[in-house]
Design a protein around this ligand. Structure first.
Ligand code: ATP
Ligand code: MG
Ligand code: MG
Length: 383
């Protein structure tokens, strides 16, 4: 490809690694800022990478000097420095978008201001136990206490079931900037990967996500027993939400489907997302291909984002023993036609995302049957 532009990525975890898999096929160089031997760097041999933290301003500046476009695989980044370098290098999505989204409360306020339905929330910064009691009076119990920043895989959330939980909640999350969210009594969680290009907002199909202990375990595309009109509404809501932000790239939009069939946005990720892994096998171009295209202004047409075949994705998480993830991968490779993705993360610990696998079939039912033994095997690893 006659494209000599270099892409810089803040963060070299599994999302960066899969972005590089997509870039490698187009012969596009991606320079990663993260620790040496991070998952993304392992599959990319050139001297353009930078060793250090994506939170280190000086390193972000160094990366910007070596690239034409800078993007992220994680939102917990230094947006101050990104604002500074935005004069010299293209930053996608915009540092303004990253700054709003990295604060989950600011993100919700922003969406609300743009007429997007989100879970109701109350700011608790500087409020202490009395503030938490007032939330109980206003929302009732349970409600969700959340850290505004640095949250992932539920680390940053605490379910407050009664007034008696308030001390424990403060102990668990005290010291972090907090807000509270009204409990969403959902029947299902849905997600949509949205692609924002220079020309507009497109979306991949609607996905059902299943979480266990606040960590994504499975995704089903299409969602099980959800009408096409609900799936369409989910795509429309996700696109409306992302239209409210500046910049280009893919965005993961997590939603709650409530019992009355209404939809609320849970949160947005300004980057490729776990709920979009299935696109690697199930769509003509993946969320990673789409992200690269969007930030480099390579055209994308809606038909490229269609579902070729129903797909189920199963995460391979660290479990009871340090080799549980390797056992799951080996079992899947030897006993199924699943596409297995291992991230090269080294040390496994319970709940850590070590890899994932995807099965596609002509019908979702067949995919469910094919994946069941693998789900059972994963469940056996929990110990
Ligand atoms: P991620 O890894 O997706 O970034 P996170 O740590 O930012 O996760 P959330 O997405 O806020 O956490 O919440 C994790 C899960 O907790 C949700 O997917 C959902 O299952 C549950 N949850 C979150 N907020 C609420 C709520 N208001 N009511 C009920 N359940 C909730
Ligand atoms: Mg989150
Ligand atoms: Mg989430």
């Amino acid at each position: 490809m006659a494209d000599n532009r270099k892409v810089g990525v803040l963060g070299g975890g599994q999302l960066g690694r899969m972005l590089i898999e997509a870039a490698n096929r187009l012969n596009i160089q991606v320079n990663v800022l993260d620790a040496a031997n991070s998952p993304a760097k392992q599959i990319s041999a050139h001297d353009g990478h930078i060793e250090g933290s994506f939170k280190d301003a000086a390193k972000v500046k160094e990366l910007a000097q070596k690239c034409d476009v800078v993007t992220v695989e994680i939102e917990h980044v230094d947006t101050q420095m990104l604002e500074e370098v935005a004069g010299q290098v293209v930053v996608e999505p915009s540092w303004k978008t990253l700054r709003v989204i990295k604060d989950k409360y600011a993100q919700k306020q922003h969406l609300k201001e743009h007429g997007v339905d989100v879970a109701e929330s109350i700011d608790l910064e500087g409020k202490g136990a009395d503030g938490l009691k007032e939330v109980g009076v206003k929302y009732g119990y349970p409600y969700m206490l959340k850290s505004k920043t640095e949250a992932y895989d539920g680390k940053g959330n605490f379910v407050v079931k009664s007034e008696g939980d308030i001390d424990a909640a403060i102990k668990a999350l005290g010291g972090r900037p907090l807000y509270a969210e009204k409990w969403a009594d959902f029947s299902m969680e849905l997600a949509v990967m949205v692609v924002k290009t220079k020309d507009g907002v497109l979306s991949f199909p609607t996905v059902e996500t299943v979480h266990e202990d606040s960590i994504c375990k499975l995704t089903y595309t299409p969602p099980r027993n959800v009408s096409s009109s609900i799936s369409q509404r989910a795509q429309d809501l996700a696109k409306k939400a992302i239209a409210a932000f500046e910049g280009k790239g893919v965005f993961g939009v997590e939603m709650f489907l409530l019992k009355d069939d209404s939809l609320l946005i849970n949160e947005i990720a300004p980057r490729p997302h776990n709920s979009g892994h299935y696109t690697i096998e199930a769509c003509p171009i993946s969320q990673y291909d789409a992200h690269l295209r969007a930030i480099l202004d390579i055209p994308i047409q809606p038909y490229m984002l269609r579902l070729k075949e129903p797909a189920i994705m199963l995460n391979i998480l660290g479990a009871a023993t340090p080799d549980s993830d390797k056992k799951v991968a080996q079992y899947a490779i030897e006993n199924s036609d699943a596409s297995v993705h291992m991230y090269g993360k080294g040390d496994s610990r319970p709940g850590r995302k070590m890899g994932h696998l995807t099965i596609t079939r002509p019908t979702l039912r067949e995919a469910e049957q094919a994946i069941q033994p693998l789900v059972d095997f994963v469940d056996e690893q929990k110990g």
